[in-house]
Design a protein around this ligand. Structure first.
Ligand code: GLU
Length: 477
């Protein structure tokens, strides 16, 4: 995907880091310490499958342990390699610092095409990979807590959690060794949708600031905005679904592995996803809109907002100049190379950077980890007390109205909503919304107060690096 004259993904992340550090008063020694990846463990293991031994290669990279546990997903894809895992681990460090989840950065990956194996085989492979990482404390509730990433989900996380519990039978916090588990296996409501939900909250927050919106040449709110989404996986699907169904945005194109669907009237995301589920993940044959085979070119089509939600490096030096979107939100990690970033900055394109835009996943992972350590579901103690207090107020208002003959009646839907205490999902969404708003404010403050920072990505790096540096300093480094 990357043009050959471009730096690797890890080098690209490092160049972005260097661009920010040049604007900071940071000793070169400390900057270097923050930048480097602390360690990468490579494992090669064999699993007997279909009558023969298959060898797999996997990685777990720890970028920074300024806070522990370190956190980051495990990816299953054929393209996984050390450079990629290290780049992703570095992004986790900066992401966690930016959204104030108390973790260092890590990432893992297994070179595998998950579609090539059936469920039972995948379980054997996952348990064996987890075993290798667990015995080296590279999966551990206090030291290293993985989560889903591309090619993995709730199912794999449940296997990992179970594998850890089998190997640590007396660890009362065993469930906190991994996040993104299904709710029945210690997960939390709202984790599957979290990254897409975070994308929605990020865009809502951006559109709350007319001066920021003005920098894109757009105006107004999200209603009616034309959006192109690349990748209808877990992140792209939820983001597109929420933005179209709840904010009135129009998804005018979806790009996938086998081309793109275009429809100016707006694509029904749920309908398209169901079609893909029934057709081995393919768009082709979808009865609405127009199908084109050459998906990558659709990144360059006119729209208001472009959301790359698939792989890294999809916007590179070869296509950046032709991108027409005035606003890009990076739902994937690293979708824009350093070279493309410079070109887009030069054109005045506004980029809402990955380390902020896709931080919804790790934010809700943090809530899940806290839930596992506290051994109680969020809201369990307060929900009915909250309802009882609201009911008191409603009854008192109704009594006053009757006593004084005021004839007030509270609207039924107001009463329903006011009298419903917050359950776990409502609390998770509230915590996520607060996190996305607060983190945007911290980036924005720098973006506006330090014109030399120039863009939101550099501002995000400045905030994150400063926080990591402060933690290292307070440890005496
Ligand atoms: N894999 C996700 C990411 O890139 C989530 C990580 C996590 O929840 O730890 O942010």
């Amino acid at each position: 995907m990357l043009a050959t004259n471009e730096p690797s993904f890890r080098e690209s992340v490092d160049l972005m880091f260097d661009r920010a550090v040049a604007l900071m008063d940071l000793s070169p020694g400390l900057a270097q310490k923050i930048k480097v990846c602390n360690s990468t463990y490579t494992v090669r293991f064999g699993v007997r499958l279909r009558g023969k031994i298959e060898t797999f290669v996997g990685y777990r990279s720890v970028h920074s342990e300024h806070m522990e546990p370190v956190k980051g997903g495990i990816r299953y894809a054929l393209g996984v390699n050390q450079d990629e895992v290290e780049a992703l681990a570095a992004l986790m460090t900066y992401k966690c610092a930016l959204v104030e989840t108390p973790f260092g950065g890590s990432k893992g990956g297994l070179c595998i095409d998950p579609r090539a194996w059936d469920e039972h085989e995948l379980e054997q492979i996952t348990r064996r990979f987890a075993y290798e990482l667990i015995k080296r404390d590279l999966i551990h509730p206090a030291q290293n807590v993985p989560a889903p990433d591309m090619g993995t989900g709730e199912r794999e996380m449940a296997w990992i959690a179970d594998q850890y519990a089998r190997m640590n039978t007396t660890d009362i916090n065993a469930k906190a060794c991994v996040t993104g588990k299904p709710p029945h296996a210690g997960g939390i409501q709202g984790r599957v949708e979290a990254t897409g939900r975070g994308v929605q909250y990020a865009l809502r927050e951006f559109f709350r600031h007319p001066e920021d919106v003005a920098k894109t040449g757009l105006s107004g709110g999200l209603e009616g905005k034309r959006i192109i989404v690349q990748g209808l996986g877990n992140v792209g699907y939820h983001a597109a679904k929420f933005l179209s169904e709840e904010d009135g945005a129009r998804i005018v194109a979806v790009i996938e592995r086998d081309g793109a669907i275009l429809d100016d009237a707006g694509i029904d995301i749920e309908g398209l996803r169901q079609h893909m589920n029934a057709h081995q993940g393919r768009l082709a044959g979808y009865p609405h809109g127009r199908h084109v085979a050459e998906g990558a070119a659709v990144l360059e089509a006119p729209c208001d907002i472009l959301i790359p939600a698939a792989l890294e490096g999809v916007i590179h030096k070869g296509n950046a100049a032709r991108i027409q979107a005035p606003l890009i939100l990076e739902a994937a990690n690293g979708p824009i190379t350093f070279g493309a970033d410079e070109i887009l900055r030069g054109k005045g394109c506004v980029i809402i950077p990955d380390m902020y835009a896709n931080a919804g996943g790790v934010t809700v992972s943090y809530f899940e980890w806290v839930k596992n350590l506290s051994h109680i579901r969020f809201g369990r103690m307060q929900r009915r007390a909250e309802e009882a207090r609201s009911r008191l107020l409603v009854e008192e208002l109704e009594r006053l109205s009757a006593d004084k003959g005021l004839g007030w009646t509270l609207a039924e839907d107001f009463k329903d909503r006011f009298l419903t205490g917050s359950d776990e999902l409502a609390l998770v969404r509230s915590g996520l919304d607060d996190t996305m708003r607060t983190a945007y404010q911290s980036m924005r403050e720098i973006w506006h107060s330090r014109p030399e920072a120039g863009d939101l990505r550099t501002a995000a790096y400045l905030v994150s690096i400063d926080r990591v540096a402060k933690t290292y300093r307070s440890k005496g480094l």
